[in-house]
Design a protein around this ligand. Structure first.
Ligand code: ATP
Ligand code: FE2
Length: 340
């Protein structure tokens, strides 16, 4: 079965094509284009405009990479939520139009769970805790009692948005994550910042204000500030992840989201897991950031477990929660492997 997955929750418009035959899974294509703005944060209307302007090219490129015709597609899936309404609407519209024109089934999927499922597939982890660290989202998720439940999350902004906002404050552009990482490598001194773990949750807005004030005071080098920022906020994520692993009795940790591309975060997660005789898994960067292949894969998983949607059920869900979803495919415990 071949699924075309469409991602459009925020900056990225992505189209992924995944083929499943028995337990074998092949990512045939994973194409994307990302809206960027140097000065402001994301302007939802502009990002939606970006998606309108590129969807045709991205989908054609995906079909060409996959070496299939549009008529070979058996299923269309798209990100139904959570995300920015104007952006989600474009992906949903494109998916619905294709499904109607091709007379193929359509399925709307949860974006956060897609990060988790592609991580499980790419790493062969079976029942992990997911540390999901992206622009807008920061959640610690695990499967318990038939659902993916959020064990901890940010109480205010997402970790990536926080990093990107600080990068903009320093005038080093967007996306800030890779640039802050580069600067952190030159850091020598740890500068104390607020550490904001509240139970299983984390908070970033106070740390952002504090580090912006420190930067403006000109008393500290950008390198030391970036180093200290990473050490502090990544330690917070690692702490809550470890607590979720202990609480659920799970011995695998999978990282997801664009911020999880950061090598220092991966290193810290690896050290924590090694100390508790657990295993940390890091999917490749093109599957960590927002992408269409993860949406195609979750669409396939849901379809294979019997989920069907009518067009009338494919409205967007900008505020959908991870624990709103009945993850029945997970309970079936089927194993899939990426075909090399
Ligand atoms: P959502 O929150 O809906 O998942 P998003 O578009 O913000 O959407 P991602 O693409 O998963 O999410 O992540 C974007 C974040 O990842 C940005 O904050 C960016 O700075 C960071 N990032 C991307 N690549 C890297 C990298 N190589 N190293 C460090 N950070 C990175
Ligand atoms: Fe994401």
């Amino acid at each position: 079965m071949i699924c075309l997955g469409i991602e459009s929750t925020a900056h990225t418009f992505g189209a992924g094509i995944v083929r499943q035959e028995g337990s074998s899974v092949e990512i045939l294509a994973n194409v994307k284009d990302t809206y960027t703005s140097e000065k402001a944060g994301i302007v939802p209307k502009e990002a939606a405009e970006h998606h309108i302007n590129c969807f045709d090219r991205i989908i054609r490129q995906a079909l060409s990479d996959a070496k299939i015709r549009v008529s070979d597609i058996d299923l269309i899936s798209f990100s139904q939520g959570p995300g920015l309404g104007p952006c989600l609407r474009i992906g949903a519209f494109v998916a619905r139009s294709l499904a109607c024109a091709l007379e193929k089934p359509i399925i709307g999927v949860n974006h956060c769970i897609a990060h988790l499922e592609i991580g499980r597939l790419a790493t062969n982890a079976s029942d992990p805790v997911l540390m999901y660290a992206s622009g807008a989202n920061t959640q610690i998720i695990a499967f318990e009692g038939g659902k993916y439940r959020i064990f901890g999350e940010t109480l205010d902004m997402g970790i990536g948005n926080m990093i990107d906002t600080f990068a903009r404050h320093m005038g080093i552009g967007f996306p800030g994550g890779p640039k802050i990482y580069q600067l952190s490598l030159g850091g020598r001194k740890y500068i104390k910042l607020p550490y904001a773990v509240k139970g299983m949750d984390v908070s970033f807005s106070g740390i952002l204000t504090n580090i912006q004030q420190k930067y403006d005071s000109k008393k500290y080098s950008a390198e030391d500030l970036c180093y200290s920022l990473q050490e502090t906020i990544f330690a917070m994520l690692v702490e809550v992840s470890e607590r979720a692993m202990a609480h659920c009795g799970k011995s695998e940790l999978v990282l997801g989201g664009g911020v999880a591309c950061n090598k220092r975060l991966q290193e810290m997660a690896g050290i924590m897991c090694a100390e508790r005789h657990a295993k940390a898994y890091f999917p490749p960067p093109d599957l960590l950031v927002d992408n269409g292949a993860m949406i195609a894969w979750l669409g396939l998983l849901e379809h294979l477990s019997g989920v069907r949607m009518k067009i009338s059920e494919t409205g967007i869900r900008p505020y959908e929660r991870t624990d709103d979803i009945d993850a029945k495919w997970h309970s079936e415990k089927k194993k899939y492997f990426i075909k090399e």
